[in-house]
Design a protein around this ligand. Structure first.
Ligand SMILES: Cc1cc2nc3c(=O)[nH]c(=O)nc-3n(C[C@H](O)[C@H](O)[C@H](O)COP(=O)(O)OP(=O)(O)OC[C@H]3O[C@@H](n4cnc5c(N)ncnc54)[C@H](O)[C@@H]3O)c2cc1C
Length: 463
């Protein structure tokens, strides 16, 4: 037994004794504790509550979501993916699951709709021409409605875009492809969890988890240092970038399998004077240009994703830009959220945005772009950038079927969040589904893959 376990157990026994003396139940026991109320934990808690499980969600932040990977008002949601049908399945199933959530809330008298979560718009992809065949076959296989320009002439004719030589522009048109609002989705999920009888405790940071017999002891603290203890038969850990430190005792390998990374975001607006000078054509080009995943330069430096975060009262959009290859290491997970963008990061953001707008026929100079906000965000990366949603590998190497971890969501998790939540709930209940897409997803993110990753660590421990 570790020092931590000894302390935890004795405090727990003391605490239970105190409650007994007061004539109350010795401990609060829940069927399932979900740790972390970002997109993943919230989606899992909702699916469990929906299945009739007695669930409690513990979230270390207050009600205002300010410091997690799910922070913000937009993420790109898209059905098409060049490489694998997996992403297409995860997105499409998430759309279905969101529709079920919205219908449930509607039946409970809560006025909401799919448009509270998804904003349907064309999604733009720019890539080197050598990937064009793959985008055609994958779009057709993934049943995506699309248009594709492969030459500068086609770019101008089809989209009014000045495509560089050797680059294609692919536009996906699918209902519920465009962007999704993670904070709005979390808020709907929390409402639905409570309506289903689930409990959510904010400002409850889990500080220890200990396995004892056939249940777990969980200790959490609020920001004032007050402690709460409970027991649970099953756990879902969805602590995002905090997963490694949280599971040091139970699954020390998680810290090696996922790496938190800082990803900066710059928010820009065309200056009001310039925006007012734009004619209707330029404004319509501006609208159709976003969201975009731009990797045509085929370099880390030149690749970015960009989307509108929101628009002001004049309909002048706030353009958010970041880059998966602009991510950097983190010194402190607590402080990184307050880190300012460097001058170089701001310059990169302005130059790439200005160039992209001009390519789309929006006549602005870099000087017309004003930085209105900046964020240092964090996500946790796996080596393949494929997330993990799996039962834990116990020290014996066997499956711990009562503990599911959702982690390493990388820069791709949001669009599949509702599916990952369904998978986590199924895994805890020993359920499966027959859909080949579901089975492929479980194979990619589930236990067989996690076990292989853990075994690989033992072969190359320096990883
Ligand atoms: C800048 C950026 C851009 C992205 N772009 C896209 C995109 O375009 N498309 C896409 O699909 N995905 C995208 N993603 C990925 C997606 O947003 C993430 O994968 C997803 O939000 C991860 O959710 P999560 O619940 O795993 O993590 P989080 O949102 O971080 O949730 C974890 C929660 O656990 C809580 N917590 C941590 N420790 C404890 C503890 N000890 N006790 C209690 N609670 C705890 C945290 O406070 C937090 O709320 C992007 C991510 C980032 C950061």
């Amino acid at each position: 037994m570790t020092a931590f376990s000894v302390v935890l157990t004795s405090i727990f026994v003391f605490f239970s004794g105190q409650l007994q003396a007061m004539g109350t139940t010795a401990e609060k026991h829940y069927a399932v504790v979900v740790i972390g109320g970002g997109l993943m934990g919230s989606a899992a808690a909702w699916q469990l509550a929906r299945d009739g499980k007695e669930v409690i969600l513990l979230e270390k932040q207050d009600r205002e979501y300010s410091q997690g990977s799910s922070k913000g008002l937009t993420r790109i949601a898209r059905s098409n993916n060049l490489g694998r049908d997996l992403w297409s399945y995860l997105h499409n199933r998430s759309v279905q699951e969101t529709a079920t959530l919205v219908a449930y809330l509607g039946n409970q008298g809560y006025d909401t709709s799919m448009s509270a979560v998804y904003q349907t718009t064309p999604v733009n992809y720019m890539r080197p021409l050598k990937a064009a065949d793959a985008i055609v076959t994958s779009s057709e296989r993934q049943k995506v409605d699309y248009k594709l320009a492969q030459t500068p002439e086609e770019g101008m004719e089809m989209f009014g875009v000045q495509l560089p030589e050797g680059v294609f522009l692919h536009r996906e048109f699918n209902e519920h492809s465009g962007t999704l609002n993670p904070e709005a989705l979390i808020s709907l999920l929390h409402r639905a969890i409570k309506l289903k009888g689930g409990t959510i405790v904010y400002n409850a940071s889990v500080s220890g988890i200990q396995r004892q017999g056939n249940h777990y002891l969980i200790a959490s603290k609020d920001s004032q240092g007050s402690e709460m203890r409970l027991t649970a038969s099953q756990i879902v850990s969805a602590a995002g970038p905090h997963t490694g430190p949280l599971l040091t005792e139970l699954a020390p390998y998680m810290d090696k399998l996922i790496t938190p990374k800082r990803v900066f975001l710059a928010f820009m607006q065309i200056s009001p004077e310039k925006y007012h000078q734009l004619d209707d054509h330029a404004r319509s080009q501006l609208k159709r240009a976003y969201p975009v995943i731009n990797s045509y330069a085929d370099t880390r430096q030149g690749s970015f994703y960009s989307m509108f975060e929101y628009s002001d009262a004049d309909d002048n959009p706030v353009i958010k830009i970041g880059g998966h290859f602009q991510r950097s290491d983190i010194n402190s997970l607590e402080d990184v959220w307050h880190q300012e963008l460097s001058e170089e990061e701001i310059r990169w953001s302005i130059e790439n945005t200005g160039r992209y707008l001009r390519m789309n026929g929006v006549p602005v100079n870099d000087e017309d772009l004003q930085l209105v906000d900046e964020v240092s965000c964090v996500y946790s990366l796996t080596s393949t950038e494929v997330p993990i949603v799996s039962q834990l590998v116990a020290p014996s190497g066997e499956m711990d079927s009562n503990f599911v971890v959702m982690a390493g969501m990388s820069g791709v998790g949001a669009k599949g969040a509702m599916t990952y939540g369904r998978i986590a709930a199924n895994l805890l209940q020993g359920k499966s589904e027959s859909d080949p897409g579901y089975l492929e997803a479980v194979k990619a993110v589930g236990f067989t893959r996690l076990k292989e990753d853990v075994d690989q660590l033992q072969v190359s421990p320096e990883k």
